[in-house]
Structure formats: C-alpha cells, structure tokens
Write a protein that binds this ligand. Structure first.
Ligand code: ADP
Ligand code: MG
Length: 239
C-alpha cells in the first residue's frame, strides 16, 4: 500500500513491537482493564500525530470521539511541553466530539468524514469504541443486535481509515467473568469476532509495577507475540 506511515506511541519499546508506531489506513485496538493506560495512550497520540513524519508523526489533525468524558485538554498541554510543541496550536487541531449513545457515536462518523474531506487528518480516536454499545444493549436477547450495530460501526471505521489514510485508534474493555478474574491473562476483549475481524492490530494492556504498563500483541497476522513495557508519565506515554 502506498503512503502508509506510523505514528509514535511515545514509547520506543512499544513502537518497536508494532513496526514503528500505529499504522495509517487501518485500525489499531488497545484493550485492557480500568487504568491500564488506554486513555493516556490516546492523549499521547493526539500530540504525536501532529508531528512531522520524520519525527514519528502523521503531520495532520486529530478527531477524538470521547464516549466516557475522559478527554482532558490539560493533559494535552503537558504532553506538548515534552515534544516542544505550541499547546494552543495542537489543541486547535484536535476535534473532540462527545458521544452520548451508541447511535450518536455512529452518527458522529459522518461528521468526522466530512471534516476529513476538507482538512488533512492523521488520526481518528474512539475512546471507548464499545462502552456505549454495552450500555445500550444489556439483555442477553440483545446481543445479536448489539453485534450487528457494532459491526456497522467498525465497518465505517475501516472505510474512513482507508479513504483518508488516517490511523484509527480505538480502545476496548475486557470481560470480567469469574474465570477471567482468576486468570488475568485470560481476560478477553469485548465484542467477540466483530472486533477481532475489524481491528488489524490488537494490543492487550495490563498493569505492571507503579506507573509501568505491559503491552502484548494479541493474535496478529503481521507481528510476533512480543511484549513491551512502557510507562505513563507527565509527558504522556514513555519508556
Ligand atoms: P484507562 O483509560 O485504561 O482506564 P488511563 O489511560 O486513564 O486508563 O490511565 C490511568 C493511569 O494513568 C492512572 O492510574 C495513572 O497511573 C496514570 N496517569 C494519569 N495521569 C497522569 C499524569 N498526569 N502523570 C502521570 N501518570 C498519569
Ligand atoms: Mg479510559
């Protein structure tokens, strides 16, 4: 494929196991339990995506669909200081849209696509891709419907990734079944085969000591089952 670029995660170790950073033109999914760093990675990518290509960036704007009200401009300002970027300019280049329902989340993609047709974007973030679907389709009898709607959403993401050659970064939770709670390594992402099919690269995140986090490549057709340790600091994700 032509013109594929990678956006740095902020951690050299993590970049290395995924071929230099998250890739344009496809979907990268990060899943893991609460506080494992999904939103902090999202914030760091908001900044690195705007760097020039030769500095590990995507040289473009960022669209951020925020479903859990966790986007924090203050964090962007702190991360900008690390990369020596003007925080006001960087914030101006991030289009943040809060999604309130799964239906609203799907509709927002039309607006995102319209913005991307007008301006050069490098990255689309959906943090979290699945949380509102879990809330809106709770009963056992609604699972098929949820999967169908989620599949439509993921297909739209794939289309946007390819049409505008942007990197798509999505976050996902893990199921908390009694078995999964007993064996942390067995924690499975939400969304079953729909998510497995749509995400090109899947990253399983877990907590290490203190601010350390561990990322493992999950079921990749392209990368070895490698692990990387990274940290969450004031300046975002680092080694
Ligand atoms: P998730 O989205 O996976 O639930 P987060 O990305 O929100 O998790 O990560 C939360 C963690 O990030 C906190 O537990 C803390 O360790 C770390 N963190 C948050 N803000 C900062 C900061 N300003 N400086 C350093 N670490 C931070
Ligand atoms: Mg989060």
């Amino acid at each position: 494929r032509m013109n594929v670029y990678n956006i740095s995660t902020g951690s050299q170790a993590l970049n290395e196991i995924i071929g230099g950073g998250i890739e344009s033109g496809s979907i990268t999914e990060a899943f893991g339990e609460f506080r494992c760093g999904k939103t902090q990675l999202s914030h760091t990518l908001c900044v690195t995506a705007q760097l020039p290509h030769e500095m590990g960036g995507g040289n473009g704007r960022v669209a951020f669909i925020d479903t859990e009200n966790t986007f924090r401009p203050e964090r962007i300002i702190e991360i900008c200081a690390r990369f020596d970027l003007n925080a006001e300019d960087v914030l101006d280049n991030i289009v943040v849209a809060r999604a309130y329902t799964s239906e609203h989340q799907c509709e927002l993609l039309d607006h995102v696509a319209a913005r991307m047709a007008a301006d050069r974007f490098a990255l689309l973030i959906v943090d979290s891709a699945t949380a509102l679907f879990r809330v809106d389709f709770t009963g056992r009898g609604e699972l098929a419907c949820r999967q169908q709607k989620l599949n439509q959403f993921m297909s739209s993401l794939t289309k946007i990734a390819e049409q505008f050659n942007v990197a798509v970064w999505i976050t996902n939770q893990v199921m908390s079944t009694p078995d999964a709670m007993a064996f942390a390594a067995d924690k499975k992402p939400i969304g079953g085969h729909v998510m497995a099919h749509a995400s090109t690269t899947r990253l399983a995140l877990r907590k290490g000591r203190g601010e350390q986090r561990i990322c493992k490549i999950f079921d990749s057709p392209m990368f070895a089952e490698a692990e990387a340790t990274f940290a969450i600091g004031v300046g975002g994700i680092c080694d």
